[in-house]
Design a protein around this ligand. Structure first.
Ligand code: ATP
Ligand code: SKM
Ligand code: MG
Length: 173
């Protein structure tokens, strides 16, 4: 049985549905929903693309690291992380040690479909988004797998269905 204090951390690539599924799952479990990307934007008053422009990816990663450390210390939350949060070993330790980690696995085809109309992801502002997503996944998939307690393939599934599948799994613990 899942305790009220248990944290759920969603990891996975851009377009995996961490934000979408996280919000639904938090409702189902009556937990607080947090999103590290959104929290960074709210506190800085700047969009992620603007942060990348002004401070580079390194600047964004430093902000993300401080945010992951802070948010994973909370209690009873569903936290949607940024797609690259798992790159940092301290972030991986914080996520693995302070909650149950759910990896939303998604094919590059599906990621492309889901992110096509969205300009908010600086790493996809390239002539070859497919190549970029493939390269990111090659580097990151082992890191997602390394800390995942549960992996859900989201291809062809509505966010609602993914949230329900995770809820069912958690109820069986
Ligand atoms: N299971 C799903 N089926 C269909 N569309 C989805 C699904 N999950 C998310 N989407 C859509 O895909 C887009 C991206 O989803 P979302 O923002 O939740 O991804 P994310 O994992 O949080 O990405 P990021 O790492 O960039 O924050 C949204 O427009 C959302 O409505
Ligand atoms: O995959 C990534 O590295 C990113 C994913 C988004 O969630 C944001 O954190 C940002 O656009 C970088
Ligand atoms: Mg998100």
């Amino acid at each position: 049985m899942l305790s009220a204090h248990q944290n759920i951390f969603l990891i996975g690539p851009m377009g995996a549905g961490k934000t979408t599924v996280g919000r639904l799952l938090a409702q189902t479990l009556a937990k607080t929903f947090l999103d590290s990307d959104r929290e960074i934007e709210t506190r800085t008053g700047a969009s992620i693309p603007l942060i990348f422009e002004l401070e580079g990816e390194a600047g964004f990663r430093a902000r993300e690291k401080a945010m992951i450390d802070e948010l994973t210390r909370r209690d009873g939350v569903v936290l949607a992380t940024g797609g690259g949060a798992i790159l940092d070993p301290d972030n991986r330790r914080a996520l693995a040690g302070r909650g149950l980690v759910v990896y939303l696995e998604t094919s590059v085809d599906e990621q492309l479909r889901r992110t096509a109309r969205d300009e908010n992801r600086p790493l996809l502002r390239t002539a070859d988004p497919r190549g970029r997503l493939e390269e990111l996944l090659r580097i990151r998939a082992p890191l997602y797998r390394e800390i995942a307690d549960l992996t859900v393939n989201t291809d062809g599934l509505l966010g609602r269905r993914v949230a329900a599948m995770i809820g069912t799994h958690l109820a069986s613990l």
